[in-house]
Design a protein around this ligand. Structure first.
Ligand SMILES: Cc1cc2nc3c(=O)[nH]c(=O)nc-3n(C[C@H](O)[C@H](O)[C@H](O)COP(=O)(O)OP(=O)(O)OC[C@H]3O[C@@H](n4cnc5c(N)ncnc54)[C@H](O)[C@@H]3O)c2cc1C
Length: 454
């Protein structure tokens, strides 16, 4: 049997494992690191990401965490000549309610002490509100604009439902190319002697060091430290270590298609309709669906947070739609999960409520349409797990739910810092397994009405 040895073995070459390997090498270039994956890097969940980012969260710990990640992404954008295609038109959150007190409260809580300096409210039709014309991240404003004037909303966002009364524009938000970021990190990792191995980890023994066995019985790897970055499979690795993690997986889907009719303005930010809705079926469709017990739920009240954005740059033609309404935990996982065949029509009709121009595609989505999906691996409180596991020498960096692309840099940095004993930001403890000992924090998190799932 061929034996390899290293200081740290990172299991999983999705964006989270890659980022951890990258920051281990950034902090300590001579550290002997192996990054292993059973498949191609970035080919599982990380290949399904919508690649959006935002610093908007219902809790200041998550805001600080993603702000840290965005700082690190901006550093990469700068040093790579924006290889990661970072841009920043923001996120808009819209509602037909003209009394969005709860929303405003959540905004203030989420931004913590900085909120009063960050939030600008615009009540008049003429204001100094800066519309998101440019996609340049360096010149985009920070903070949050709250538009409470319908004329201002209609003139700036003409494709939206004219009934929108309040619009919150999160400015430190946009999208990146996650694939390019992964490649950029792998290039650096390789340039400083990082080693990549292809193989599936099937068992782990622990004596003084870890002995890691692969499906290919010819090879085993000895490692002083293990980083469990196996995405949806982090619990399989935990079980190999004789422990378990409190995470579950839900299947989430998106569609992308060519907007042949040009109904979505290319300058439109990532737009989220916050209001619940009844999906726009005609009477006959509604009756048929209601009569079928498998489909009746599609005629009932559906949660908000359906989202839409243009994709492919200012001169592209594609749009992406998503709606993370599925909360069923999967009992067995597949690398190629079965998608729900009716999802494209469901998400299209839901998204047409905010952008009525999309109605033109009812039952005739363009042939250039891509329906895809993967698992959100998440804790009940929807916070990640980053730090030591309860096995000496083992670390976890996972449960990144629907925010792993935007949080990859901070996740990798925090895990690397923990492993190397470097200084950690104040919020790091709350994102590790330690938080389960903090009962008041856990009570607070479990009582929150929003957990930031998009
Ligand atoms: C539909 C969808 C849309 C999303 N949109 C966004 C978004 O807009 N913005 C955002 O920030 N995030 C988004 N996300 C979330 C983001 O994609 C994930 O959080 C992130 O990709 C998770 O990365 P990962 O490295 O943990 O997992 P993965 O990418 O799944 O990587 C895990 C790797 O571990 C490997 N592995 C597992 N077990 C083993 C083993 N035993 N041996 C060897 N290798 C193993 C797998 O092969 C895999 O390559 C979205 C997710 C989905 C599903």
């Amino acid at each position: 049997m061929k034996k390899q040895a290293c200081n740290t073995l990172v299991i999983g070459a999705g964006i989270i494992g890659i980022s951890t390997a990258y920051y281990l090498k950034k902090h300590q270039p001579d550290l002997n690191v192996i990054l292993i994956d059973s498949g191609q890097p970035m080919s599982l969940t990380s290949a399904q990401s919508g690649e959006n980012y935002r610093n908007w969260w219902p809790h200041p710990v998550m805001t600080a965490f993603t702000d840290h990640s965005i700082d690190l992404m901006e550093t990469i954008a700068e040093e790579s000549g924006n290889r990661i295609n970072m841009n920043r038109r923001g996120y808009t959150l819209v509602t037909r309610s003209d009394d969005p007190d709860q929303l405003m409260n959540e905004l203030v809580v989420g931004y913590g002490q900085a909120a009063k300096d960050l939030i600008r409210v615009h009540e008049a039709a003429s204001s100094n509100y800066q519309a998101p014309i440019s996609r340049e991240w360096q010149t985009a404003p920070s903070g949050v604009d709250v538009l409470r004037n319908q004329d201002l909303i209609r003139q700036t966002f003409p494709s939206y439902d004219p009934e929108i009364k309040t619009l919150i524009h999160i400015r430190r938000a946009g999208d990146i190319s996650g694939q390019q970021m992964g490649q950029h990190m792998l290039d650096y990792f390789k340039s400083v002697g990082g080693v990549r191995v292809t193989g599936e980890v099937v068992s782990i023994d622990k004596t003084d060091a870890f002995q890691v066995f692969l499906n290919n019985s010819e090879v085993s790897i000895q490692a002083d430290h293990i980083v469990n970055a196996a995405g949806p499979f982090i619990n399989d690795i935990a079980e190999m270590l004789g422990t378990s993690l409190s995470v579950r997986n839900t299947l989430q889907q998106k569609i992308a298609f060519e907007d042949t009719a040009g109904v979505i303005p290319r300058v439109m930010p990532f737009s989220i309709d916050l209001d619940d809705q009844l999906i726009d079926w005609n009477d006959e469709e509604r009756e048929l669906l209601a009569a079928d017990e498998d489909y009746a739920w599609l005629t009932e009240n559906m949660q908000g947070a359906i989202h839409c954005r243009p994709d492919g740059g200012d001169h592209g033609r594609w749009v992406k739609l998503g709606w993370a309404y599925n909360d069923t935990s999967e009992t067995s996982l597949s690398r190629t999960p079965q998608l729900y065949e009716n999802f494209p029509e469901i998400v299209l009709r839901g998204a047409a409520r905010l952008n009525p121009g999309l109605k033109t595609y009812y039952e005739k989505l363009p042939s250039k349409m891509h329906h895809y999906g993967g698992y959100y691996t998440l804790t009940d409180e929807n916070w990640p797990l980053i730090g030591k596991m309860d096995v000496e020498g083992a670390y976890v960096v996972g449960a990144l739910s629907g925010f792993g692309t935007m949080a990859a840099c901070a996740s990798g940095d925090l895990c690397a810092r923990t492993l190397l004993g470097r200084e950690l930001p104040e919020f790091a403890g709350c994102l590790s397994l330690q938080r389960y000992n903090d009962l008041p924090l856990m009570e607070e998190l479990m009582s929150m009405s929003s957990r930031g799932i998009l």
